[in-house]
Design a protein around this ligand. Structure first.
Ligand code: R7I
Ligand code: MG
Ligand code: MG
Length: 305
């Protein structure tokens, strides 16, 4: 939902995006972009294989990635190379020799957070595993870890209780210290702002955390916004869009985190109705979410009984 609502604001400055937010209800298309396209492909693979299997994910990418939906160059080349017959572990350096540090592995990772919650160690491992197909750079990988952990922690919190912001920061710290120092620095800033109960203006959020296509300049922004505005889904997504820049992705990641906490009942029905409903549109996505939950349930019932 965040992806489809945010897409029309891509590349705007925070001031311009904030100005146009007044038209959110009427002005823009509700078509999803590459963010959702890849999320659906990953979720489908998790359901079919019962886990994260890069070979099968690559198969889903080959079958379902619609490269007209706003993909960036690194991922386009990787998918084309897969279609040309290369293996999943051969396509991660097609454009960037150290691997991509774009936010593409983070934007699609929410099924991993949902599927492996509440096990943060497993979320870390599997988020990196799925990132490795297209995003081998540690900043790309750990952006995916941070986003997946946010989703996993949000879905673990009681949807009826208050959103435990400090708890979420503490739990994130337990994982992020193992990875890239840059994400720990961003988490420290988030912690400081949460402790001060400060809601930054859009322009300030961009100054502190960024709004770009790089994982480091979008995942911490999404995490800060989600923690600050949860459980209000509409406020959170609008705050994400108001940052401008990579709006589809930041709003998509925020929506995934807050949505994981509030569940379907917490989503605005009038927004949901506006989403495109083609072959892999909202009805398909809803059914896939159910199948993902059923698969999660089966595994957890088996392991607990
Ligand atoms: O990460 P990726 O799939 O892009 C996702 C973004 C989201 O905003 C989507 O909504 C869509 O619009 O695209 O694709 P990549 O091409 O791997 O990374 C995105 C961009 O990050 C690249 O096109 C580069 O501009 C930049 N980038 C790098 N630049 C220099 N060196 C990523 N890695 C590098 C690098 O190593
Ligand atoms: Mg996109
Ligand atoms: Mg984007």
């Amino acid at each position: 939902m965040g992806d489809a609502f945010g897409a029309g604001f891509e590349g705007m400055s925070p001031d311009r995006a904030t100005f146009h937010l007044g038209n959110l209800s009427k002005k823009f298309s509700r078509n999803y972009t590459d963010d959702t396209d890849m999320t659906l492909a990953l979720a489908e693979s998790v359901v079919q294989t019962g886990g994260v299997d890069p070979e099968d994910i690559a198969k889903q990418f080959i079958l379902h990635c619609d490269l007209t939906r706003g993909y960036a160059i690194g991922t386009i080349k990787a998918v084309l190379a897969l279609r040309a017959g290369l293996k999943w572990h051969q396509v991660g350096r097609m454009v960037f020799e150290n691997g991509s540090f774009g936010n593409g592995a983070a934007m699609r990772v929410s099924p991993v957070g949902l599927f492996y919650h509440p096990d943060l160690d497993k979320i870390q491992e599997e988020a990196i595993k799925q990132a490795n197909i297209t995003h081998l750079h540690p900043l790309g990988q750990w952006g995916a870890v941070m986003q997946a952990c946010c989703v996993g922690l949000a879905v673990t919190q009681n949807p009826k209780g208050p959103f435990k912001k400090e708890q979420m920061v503490t739990n994130l710290r337990e994982v992020l210290w193992r990875g890239q120092i840059e994400y720990m620095k961003a988490l420290n800033k988030i912690e400081e702002l949460v402790a001060q109960k400060r809601k930054l203006q859009a322009r300030q959020v961009v100054q502190v955390f960024g709004n770009g296509v790089e994982a480091l300049f979008s995942v911490p922004s999404a995490c800060y916004i989600a923690i600050t505005y949860s459980p209000d889904f509409c406020d959170a997504v609008q705050a994400a869009i108001s940052l401008g820049g990579d709006t589809d992705t930041i709003a998509g990641m925020v929506g995934a985190i807050v949505g994981a906490h509030v569940g379907e009942k917490g989503l605005p029905a009038d927004w949901t109705e506006q989403l495109e409903d083609g072959a892999r549109g909202r009805s398909f996505a809803r059914g896939l979410a159910d199948r993902l939950f059923q698969t999660w349930l089966k595994i957890h019932q088996t392991s607990s009984g």
